[in-house]
Design a protein around this ligand. Structure first.
Ligand SMILES: *Cc1c(COP(=O)(O)O)cnc(C)c1O
Length: 241
């Protein structure tokens, strides 16, 4: 009996000993199962590999294993990680997502480097991004970050202000808004926030939902995530320096 059950288990993720490619294989199985259980197809969910504070050898290992979508939360660090790889042309289908706060004075560099901005969270930034996207002639979809927990210290648009902000981004700034993103409060059940974000996206007919991280991505998939942002479960513990 034990043979039968262990045969059908995904490789166990023991952290340190597992390689990036093992972790990726294990994540792909988990994502596929979660989508199946939710009655969705695996191709509906994009794994955004969060490579912030990770060494280059692990980034190259993920690329070698076929991963092509990556998330970074700081523009300068993202340039250090990706400028050379991008300009080498070796990974034409590489997609970089900005998942951290963006200062307006970095908007130009961010537009040049990234393929999706997930953290649009205020009018001043929307204006600046609109200008830069026009100047650089680049199609750059943006997600609006929603502060679903109404936390005063956290970035994001208040849910009640989303309607007006969406209009502003589209009509005044010419932005292509395709989704919503949230980071739930640590001390609350994430599922409540995922369900809320899904409802908001439905109300405004936005197709993309970026929610769920290493600890809760399966829940997020069950509740409609199209983009899950996974760092430690893929690359291991980050080097905080
Ligand atoms: C770092 C980060 C992640 C990844 O978190 P893990 O728990 O390591 O998967 C996801 N989203 C955002 C916005 C982050 O800053």
């Amino acid at each position: 009996m034990w043979i039968a059950t262990s045969l059908f288990k995904a490789p166990r993720n023991d952290g340190i000993k597992m390689s990036v490619s093992d972790n990726l294989a294990s994540l792909r199985i988990k994502i596929s199962k979660a989508t199946q259980v939710a009655g969705r197809t695996a191709s509906d969910v994009r794994l955004v590999a969060v490579s912030k504070k990770q060494p280059m050898d692990k980034i190259h290992a993920a690329l070698a294993a076929g991963q092509r979508v990556f998330g970074e939360n700081r523009v300068q660090e993202a340039q250090e990680h990706w400028t050379e790889i991008k300009s080498s042309g070796a990974c034409a289908d590489l997609r970089l997502h900005l998942i951290g706060p963006l200062q307006t004075n970095k908007a130009k560099d961010a537009v040049a480097l990234f393929d999706v901005i997930e953290t649009l969270d205020r009018e001043k930034l929307a204006r600046k991004l609109g200008e830069e996207i026009r100047a650089q002639g680049k199609a750059l979809p943006c997600f609006i970050q929603v502060n679903t927990g109404a936390e005063p210290q956290k970035a994001g648009i208040a849910p009640s202000a989303l309607d007006d902000f969406l209009d502003f981004c589209r009509a005044e700034c010419g932005l292509n808004i395709t989704g919503l993103m949230c980071i739930p409060p640590l001390e609350e059940p994430a599922a409540l926030h995922f369900a809320f974000l899904k409802k908001l996206a439905g109300r405004f007919k936005l197709p993309h939902l970026s929610m769920g991280m290493s600890g809760d991505f399966e829940k997020a998939i069950a509740l409609g995530a199209t983009h899950i942002r996974i760092g430690t479960a893929l690359f291991g513990v980050r080097h905080e320096c």
